[in-house]
Every structure is written in structure tokens, then in C-alpha cells.
Design a protein. Structure first.
Length: 331
């Protein structure tokens, strides 16, 4: 069996004292950033993991962090991958703690978790609706972010609707002047933001809107909307609420004998796994949830260690241009 790396091994590789390694992993003040990075790089190369039980006995710090999430969270895997990567690189163990969706019950459960002092820090992506102790007085640091609402609908950086504007401007350059928008459910802040961006762009550029259809996030919304159009519909561009709706729309267009692109250009959102393999492949918007999770965990760790907190993550969305958009044609 391969021998487990020790803090002494890390110190030797990093060219520092063993106490410096300990200080880095316990968040002790006075360690320069270059030294900290050198220690963390050496630890990563050696696959070193600190002994959390021993650390807790020496420092009264558990080496454990928690992420509080509701059971309604959709597709949290990429977000959590970023969270766990950042925690592991800083020498922490991280656990996912599921909390109730109802605000009062969630606040009560969070109070219990904080009182247990099992975790040095707790990261919440949803509002807590509970008093949070001042950081300098708390044994457990709680960092509540505003990236999601009560139902885990995005409310922060991912409500930025500028990609809608960018996609429409690209379509205009290709020759499109007629547009149709299928929204997601308007209980989602992101759906409202994209609808408003669509309407603003229509007005600003003097384009023709065939309408805004209040839809859902499901393929049927796209299929039904395109199937309901008249046979003599002139070429247009569809701004769909997500890739599933766009997929349904492409299916309906194909059954009608409409070319995509050509008779209809289509854009989606979310860049789901199958979107690059559709025929045609789908222009979509990538949401970098992994970077959001990693940045958020680094902010929590910095708060726990009383270090400068990095700024929130930005520029987490980008368009990937594919075959589903092109110049309008009559066929």
C-alpha cells in the first residue's frame, strides 16, 4: 500500500517549515500568498490530505465546510463540482446539507446546523431568512449568496440577458428582420430578463416581432408554437427559452419541411449535452456553474480564514455559435 503523504513531506517539497504547512491549512494569519500557493501546489502533487480529527483537537477547528441546498435544486452537479474542487484544494472537507424549501423551516434547520458547530463555514446559495451572527463572533461562518431564489431559480449573474441581445444582433447581420420569442415560465427571473431584452432589442433595432409566446422549459412549448404557425409564414428567427424548447421547435419545423437554418433560424440556452449533436447543431448559451461554485467556495474559505474575500464571479455566460442560425431563405 502506498504510504500516505504527511505535512512533513509537503514542507520538504515546498521548501518551508512543517509549521508553515500547518498554518496554511488552518488559515493562520501572516502567510504570504506566494508561500500559500507553493504549499498548496506541493500538497496537490503529493495528494496530501490533512488529518481533520487531529486538527480539530489542536485548534478547535473542524476542517469541515457545508453547502446548504434545498431538495428542489435542479442539476446541481456542476455547481457542486466547483464547490468541492475549491474546498479540497484548500484542505477542507465539504458536505452537502439539504434544508427545507419553506423559509421558516429552512431558517430553523440552519440555526440547528450553526449551533452544532460541526462546520467552520456554511455556504448557502438561497436566502436564509434567519439572523447571521457577526463574523468576528461566530464559531461557524455563514455566507449567504443571492444567486438563486427560494425555488433555486437563478437570480444573480445568470439572469444577465445580454446574450439574447448579442444573438439577435448576429441574426440581423445575417439578414433576419422577423423574430419570435418563446419565454420560459415567467415565475423565473431569468425568463423575465430575457423577454425584456428581446422586446428592447426589437424596438431599438426597428425589427418585426411575430410575438412573445409565454411558454415553459419543455420541448412541447417549442413544438406547439411552430406547429401552430401558418404555412405561408415568412422566414424568421426563433429565440427559444432553452435548448429543450429549441429542440421541440426544430422537430416541428422538420415535419413541416422547413429548413433550419433558412426558413427558420433557432437559438437555445443552457448548452445541454445533446445540443452539439442535433441536426443542425444548436446555437446556445453556456452557463459556467462550475466556476460559480468554485468562486463562491473560495469566498467562504477566505471569510472563514479572515482573508481578503475575492470578488463575485462574473462573465459566466457565453454564446457557442453553431449550425442552427443562418441567412433567411424561402425554403
Amino acid at each position: 500500500m502506498e504510504k500516505r503523504a504527511t505535512s512533513r513531506d509537503v514542507a520538504r517539497l515546498a521548501g518551508v517549515s512543517q509549521s508553515t504547512v500547518s498554518f496554511v491549512f488552518t488559515g493562520r494569519d501572516g502567510i504570504s500568498e506566494p508561500t500559500r500557493k507553493r504549499v498548496m501546489q506541493a500538497a496537490a502533487e503529493l495528494h496530501y490530505r490533512p488529518n481533520l480529527a487531529a486538527r480539530s483537537m489542536r485548534t478547535h477547528r473542524t476542517g469541515r465546510l457545508a453547502v446548504a441546498m434545498t431538495v428542489s435544486a435542479l442539476n446541481p452537479l456542476t455547481l457542486l463540482h466547483g464547490v468541492t474542487t475549491a474546498a479540497r484544494e484548500s484542505g477542507y472537507a465539504v458536505e452537502v446539507v439539504y434544508v427545507p424549501g419553506e423559509p421558516e423551516a429552512r431558517a430553523e434547520r440552519m440555526a440547528e446546523i450553526v449551533a452544532s458547530e460541526e462546520f467552520e463555514g456554511i455556504l448557502s446559495f438561497t436566502p436564509l431568512h434567519a439572523p447571521v451572527p457577526p463574523i468576528d463572533q461566530a464559531r461557524t461562518v455563514v455566507l449567504s449568496l443571492s444567486e438563486f431564489d427560494e425555488q433555486m431559480h437563478v437570480t444573480g449573474e445568470f439572469t444577465d440577458a445580454r446574450p439574447v441581445v448579442e444573438m439577435m444582433e448576429r441574426l440581423v447581420k445575417l439578414g433576419h428582420h422577423r423574430f419570435l420569442h418563446i419565454t420560459g415560465e415567467l415565475s423565473y427571473p431569468s425568463a423575465i430578463a430575457r423577454r425584456d431584452a428581446y422586446l428592447d432589442t426589437i424596438e431599438r433595432l426597428g425589427l418585426e416581432s411575430m410575438g412573445v409566446i409565454t411558454g415553459s422549459w419543455l420541448p412541447a412549448a417549442g413544438f406547439d408554437a411552430i406547429a401552430a404557425l401558418s404555412d405561408d409564414t415568412a422566414p424568421f428567427a426563433l429565440i427559444a427559452s432553452n435548448d429543450l424548447v429549441a429542440t421541440g421547435a426544430i422537430r416541428a419545423a422538420t415535419l413541416r419541411g422547413w429548413s433550419v437554418p433558412g426558413r427558420m433560424s433557432v437559438t437555445g440556452w443552457d448548452d445541454t449535452d445533446q445540443s452539439a449533436y442535433l441536426v443542425p447543431s444548436l446555437t446556445s448559451v453556456i452557463q459556467d456553474r462550475e466556476s460559480l461554485g468554485e468562486n463562491s467556495m473560495r469566498r467562504l474559505i477566505a471569510t472563514v480564514r479572515r482573508e481578503p474575500v475575492p470578488p463575485p464571479a462574473t462573465s459566466l455566460q457565453r454564446i457557442v455559435w453553431r449550425e442552427s442560425i443562418g441567412a433567411p431563405t424561402a425554403s
